[in-house]
Design a protein around this ligand. Sequence first.
Ligand SMILES: [Zn+2]
Length: 80
Amino acid sequence: MVRFLPGVVGEASRVVHLVPAPSGPGVPSELVAYCGTSIPPGVAEWLDAVEGMPCTACLLTAPLPTTSCAPQLPSEAPGR
Ligand SMILES: [Zn+2]
């Protein structure tokens, strides 16, 4: 889980995004969350637990077993 550092984006945009686990060693050059938001590593804050507001689009898109029975929302463009 990752979110933007304070000051990089507005507080309203500092939702916690879910990113796929890196497939290789080291930090990838760019993190792309399940919702499609790309986060450069330099402005990313790694979280060990959900803290603050989670990204709804990530929660719906990420392959988590706990969301298997979640209702499907109509696809909306995030950030509107
Ligand atoms: Zn997201």
